[in-house]
Design a protein. Structure first.
Length: 194
């Protein structure tokens, strides 16, 4: 009988230890391979190990939409607050919201991820999410409501002094461009966005 973890690609080699476990762990998170994550954690992988660009396994799972892997990591106390020291100063919540991932955004918020965290340009999670024109308007509205309910600052200013609405008015975000997405602008204005 072959152990299930071997069937899922986990390698149990004597030479695989320390940083090698961490590298394999990060790769498994990126691929969403929960059985392999489980095995590697049990054998000493660091749940908060980082790649050269300072991204953790949780961030990789969030970036790639690997919700099951992200949930597994969060349940095992992966650091939901970790922000990269390089590459825009992102965190897992920013990546999940920016990718339009509603379930993972909710899960990270439930585990107290910082909804007002800002990147190197001062753009908050809400600003980052609204800046992604690939998110359909209805999903964008839902994510906006989720982030605001969780305490996102509607009138936060980035390093240029722009708020969400001021960015829309000068055309830096796409949701101000036409009638199919105007409901979000009106919603934000009704809430007192400036």
């Amino acid at each position: 009988m072959i152990p299930i973890y071997l069937l899922h690609g986990a390698a149990l080699l004597p030479s695989l230890y320390g940083p090698a476990y961490d590298k394999a762990f990060l790769r498994a998170a990126e691929q969403g391979d929960v059985p392999r994550l489980r095995v590697l954690l049990s054998q000493g992988a660091n749940i908060n190990a980082t790649q050269q660009n300072d991204w953790t396994a949780l961030m990789l799972a969030a970036r790639d939409g690997r919700d099951h892997a992200a949930a597994f990591l969060i349940a095992r106390h992966a650091d939901v607050y970790h922000r990269t020291n390089i590459y825009y100063n992102y965190d897992a919540l920013t990546l999940a919201a920016e990718n339009g991932d509603i379930p993972l955004t909710k899960l990270l918020i439930a585990h107290r991820a910082n909804v007002n965290a800002a990147d190197n340009s001062g753009n908050t999670v809400l600003m980052q999410m609204l800046g992604n024109s690939n998110i359909p308007p209805a999903k964008r509205m839902k994510l906006t409501k989720i982030l605001l309910r969780a305490g996102a600052n509607l009138n936060a200013k980035n390093a240029m002094g722009n708020t969400i609405l001021s960015q829309e008015k000068i055309g830096l975000h796409s949701f101000y461009e036409g009638p199919r997405v105007r409901p979000l602008v009106y919603f934000l204005e009704r809430l007192g966005a400036k």
